[in-house]
Design a protein around this ligand. Structure first.
Ligand SMILES: Cc1cc2nc3c(=O)[nH]c(=O)nc-3n(C[C@H](O)[C@H](O)[C@H](O)COP(=O)(O)OP(=O)(O)OC[C@H]3O[C@@H](n4cnc5c(N)ncnc54)[C@H](O)[C@@H]3O)c2cc1C
Length: 288
C-alpha cells in the first residue's frame, strides 16, 4: 500500500512549492467532511493530501461595492453567523441552514461544497439563483473566474484543473433580498440529503416577473439553472396562470434519476410543487 503524505501550506507561495515538488496524484482537503469519509472508505487514495485550512486569507465574508465575496474556506457556520449574508443574501442563509447538522456545518466549507460537485449540494441552487461566480487560483498565481452555471461537469466533476483551487465565490448584492426562497425536500426534515431542492430569486418589474433566476438541486447530474422557465416567467404576467404553466415546464427542463431516495417521476412532481410554493412566497412574502 502506498503511504499518503500530508502538507499544510500557510501561504499561496508555499502552495506553489508543494505543486512543484508533488510526485503523484494530490487531493485538497478543507473541512474534510467529504474527504475524510472517502479516505476511510478507501474510495480515494491520494499520494498527497494538501490541507487548505492554513490559507487563512481564504476565510472571510465581505461586502465590497455592491458585491458579496465569500472566501472558499468560510464554513457553513460562518455563513449562518454573518450579518452580511443574513441581511443581504438571505437566500444563501436559508440554504446554509439546511446543510447537515451543526457539527457538520462547523467544519464544512462553501468551497468544499461546490468543489465536491454533488448534484444535491445545498449551497449550489441559491448561488446559481444569485448568478454567482467562482474565482480560482492555479500554480504561480494564475487566476480565472468561472460563472457557477459552467463550473459543474457531472456528479463529483468540475471544471477545476488538478492544481486549481477555489479562492472565493462572489455575487452581486440582490436588489431585493426578501424575494429569495430556498426549499429542500428530503426524506426527513433535518440532517438529510435533498430529494429535490430549488432556489428562486425574483426581481419583479412592475406587473411582470422580470429578472427571475431559478437554481435546482438533485434533479439533474449537476446543480442547474432552469433557463427555459426563467424566460417563460419573465415573458408572462405575474399571475397564477403563468406560474402554473411554468410549473409544467420545469418538469420538462429537468432530467432527474431514480435512486434510493426517490423515483425520477416523483422528483419531477415535487419540483413543480416546490417551484409554485417558492414563487408564491417570494411574491407575497412569508414562509412557504
Ligand atoms: C454527516 C454529513 C452530513 C452532510 N450533509 C450535507 C447536506 O445536508 N447538504 C450538503 O450539501 N452537503 C452535506 N454534506 C457534505 C459536506 O459536508 C459538504 O459538501 C461540505 O460543504 C464539504 O466541505 P468540506 O470543506 O468539508 O470539503 P472537503 O471534504 O474538505 O472537500 C470536498 C471536496 O472539495 C475539494 N475542495 C475543498 N476545498 C476546495 C477548494 N477551496 N478548492 C478546490 N477544491 C476544494 C476537496 O479536494 C474534495 O474533493 C454532509 C456531510 C456529512 C459528513
Amino acid at each position: 500500500m502506498t503511504q499518503m503524505e500530508y502538507a499544510k501550506p500557510r501561504s499561496f507561495k508555499e502552495l506553489d512549492g508543494i505543486f512543484e515538488s508533488a510526485k503523484g496524484p494530490l487531493r485538497f482537503i478543507a473541512g474534510g467532511t467529504n474527504v475524510v469519509p472517502d479516505l476511510r472508505a478507501g474510495t480515494i487514495s491520494p499520494r498527497l493530501l494538501v490541507d487548505l485550512s492554513g490559507l487563512k486569507e481564504m476565510a472571510y465574508i465581505r461586502e465590497v461595492k455592491g458585491e458579496i465575496a465569500i472566501g472558499a474556506l468560510s464554513t457553513i457556520s460562518d455563513i449562518l453567523a454573518s450579518r452580511v449574508i443574513c441581511d443581504k443574501a438571505p437566500l444563501l442563509f436559508q440554504a446554509a441552514r439546511h446543510l447537515g447538522s451543526p457539527l457538520t456545518r462547523n467544519r464544512a466549507t462553501i468551497g468544499g461544497n461546490l468543489a465536491d460537485a454533488s448534484p444535491a449540494a445545498d449551497t449550489a441552487p441559491s448561488l446559481l439563483a444569485m448568478g454567482a461566480m467562482v474565482h480560482t487560483r492555479r500554480r504561480r498565481g494564475k487566476e480565472r473566474t468561472i460563472p457557477l452555471d459552467r463550473f459543474f461537469l457531472g456528479p463529483n466533476k468540475t471544471i477545476l484543473a488538478k492544481d486549481e483551487i477555489i479562492t472565493r465565490i462572489t455575487f452581486a448584492k440582490p436588489k431585493d433580498p426578501s424575494r429569495g426562497r430556498y426549499l429542500k425536500l428530503g426524506l426527513r426534515n433535518a440532517m438529510t440529503i435533498s430529494v429535490a431542492s430549488l432556489a428562486v430569486s425574483l426581481e419583479p418589474e412592475g406587473s411582470s416577473f422580470g429578472g427571475a433566476r431559478i437554481g435546482l438541486g438533485a434533479v439533474a447530474p449537476t446543480p442547474v439553472r432552469a433557463y427555459l422557465v426563467e424566460k417563460k416567467l419573465a415573458s408572462g404576467a405575474m399571475d397564477p396562470k403563468n406560474i402554473e404553466a411554468c410549473a409544467q415546464l420545469i418538469t420538462k427542463e429537468i432530467s432527474p434519476i431514480s435512486d434510493i431516495r426517490a423515483s425520477a417521476d416523483y422528483r419531477k412532481r415535487v419540483v413543480a410543487v416546490l417551484f409554485q410554493r417558492a414563487i408564491q412566497a417570494a411574491v407575497n412574502g412569508g414562509t412557504p
